[in-house]
Design a protein around this ligand. Structure first.
Ligand code: KG4
Ligand code: ZN
Length: 338
């Protein structure tokens, strides 16, 4: 007997992207609509939670409709409605969760709540149809820097995490300090192309007894001190050299800790995920390190690294297959644990 396809509608609204997608069997994306609020938030130098919630409310129904239309499917064709319910901004999450519950109730479709980080990891299933657990995934975004051992679908072990700033947060703060604006990651990435990554020796933090953990507040402070030193003397510094040297310091640590964990846990498949996985130096550095060690390397296309709903559909499919169902009492959980 032929296996029936499972088609899900997925919704994501945890931060500043209002997104909806239609995904088949966790791997095939029929539509992936993303309405970004970046242009509004960049006026304020970062995401303003109240504005994010309001914009989600304005956009969500249309984004969902566009996702169904582009996929050429009706709500009734869906096998489930999947939605990010945490972690994230509570007011932002609530908009997606509310919309998903309403659709689930109205159409009589199962509701599946999805963890945002599991979504980021699952973007790799879309990009690589052959990828199966176990594998190691570095999730680096604006809110998280986790080294996750994916033992099986639905089975995650966090091997390392950041002690302070997330990697993307460090990119955003350094970018702001050198006057590049929000979001800083892509801007530092671009400016680094014109700079010398070996110009300044910024610190690489190692944490005693926690070899896979990260800390980015030290490198961030070192950059701020460097800049202040110059401005106090009234001298100019090379922004491109600061960007490139900072980026190198962060990327080296991300790659080194991932390689260490892979070796210690005997894992030979490595994936990256989250907004920082768009970073060209990280993509190149991780690929080189994997080649050197004989590991297979996986990375989603940039549009699947930053927040989107296709990744939630991929994750939601495997949760659905594992029997996960949520009731209409599903709530947003801003600090949801993995
Ligand atoms: O995954 P994401 O879209 O949202 C969160 O879940 O946080 O990640 C956004 C983060 C921001 O901090 C942004 O600066 C960073 O990802 N980012 C990058 C790049 N593109 C986005 N960081 C470094 N290099 C990039 N090319
Ligand atoms: Zn994210």
């Amino acid at each position: 007997m032929e296996k029936k396809d499972i088609t899900v509608l997925a919704i994501e609204s945890s931060c500043d992207e209002t997104a909806a997608a239609v995904v088949v069997n966790g791997r095939k994306v029929l539509s992936n609509i993303i309405s970004s609020q970046i242009d509004i938030h960049k006026l304020y130098g970062g995401v303003v939670p109240e504005i994010a919630s309001r914009k989600h409310i304005e956009r969500i129904n249309q984004v969902i409709q566009e996702a169904l239309t582009e996929a050429d499917r009706q709500l009734d064709d869906m096998d489930a409605v999947c939605v990010t319910y945490g972690p994230g901004l509570v007011g932002a999450l609530l908009v997606g969760v509310g919309a998903a519950k309403a659709l689930s109730y109205a159409a009589g479709k199962p509701l599946v709540g999805v963890h945002h980080i599991v979504g980021h990891i699952s973007a790799n299933y879309i990009a690589n149809p052959e990828l199966e657990p176990p594998f190691l995934c570095l999730v680096a975004s604006g809110g998280h820097s986790h080294l996750v051992l994916v033992r099986d679908y639905g089975q995650y072990e966090i091997l390392g995490r950041t002690r302070d700033d997330a990697a993307g947060e460090a990119f955003d703060k350094v970018a702001r300090a050198i006057g590049l604006g929000y979001p800083g990651g892509p801007k530092i990435d671009r400016l680094s192309q014109d700079g010398d990554p070996d110009a300044i020796d910024f610190p690489r933090a190692v944490i005693d007894g926690a070899p896979y953990d990260f800390s980015f507040s030290g490198v961030k402070s070192a950059v701020l001190n460097y800049i202040n030193g110059y401005s106090m003397k009234g001298e100019a510094y090379s922004k491109a050299d600061v960007a490139a040297s900072f980026q190198k310091a962060v990327v080296e640590v991300l790659v080194a800790h991932t390689m260490l964990a892979a070796r210690d846990y005997g894992i030979d498949r490595i994936a990256i995920a989250g907004g920082v996985a768009c970073n060209s130096a990280l993509r190149a550095g991780m690929e080189r390190a994997c080649q050197r060690n004989g590991y297979s390397f996986y990375m989603p296309a940039p549009v699947l690294c930053t927040d989107n709903a296709a990744m939630i559909g991929a994750a939601g499919y495997y949760e659905f297959r594992n029997g996960i169902r949520h009731g209409l009492d599903l709530n947003a959980v801003p600090n949801l644990k993995l």
